[in-house]
Design a protein around this ligand. Structure first.
Ligand SMILES: [Zn+2]
Length: 85
């Protein structure tokens, strides 16, 4: 049997921002330590403060734009800039 080591994910920290004004941004508040999205891509986005994975497998075919995610681990608000996707 061959080792399958082809599943490498690049890890990119997101930008931590102050808590957005309610209703001003699309905000995901995660309730568990699981990613908000999981896709087939090869980039993981992590909390810019603690490194918790917030989005797993981003890349082509996963369109996430102008979204704020509250980290379930440390409570930081992480912004996904449109330029990432
Ligand atoms: Zn965090």
């Amino acid at each position: 049997m061959r080792e399958n080591s082809s599943r490498r994910h690049a890890k990119m920290p997101l930008d931590v921002i102050p808590e957005p004004t309610p209703d001003s941004r699309t905000t995901f508040i995660l309730k568990g330590l699981r990613p908000a999205f999981s896709g087939p891509g090869d980039v993981d986005f992590s909390c810019g403060n603690c490194g918790q994975i917030l989005i797993e497998g981003a890349g082509e075919g996963l369109a996430i734009d102008d979204v704020v995610i509250k980290c379930p681990n440390c409570g930081s608000f992480n912004e996904i800039a449109p330029l990432y996707v």
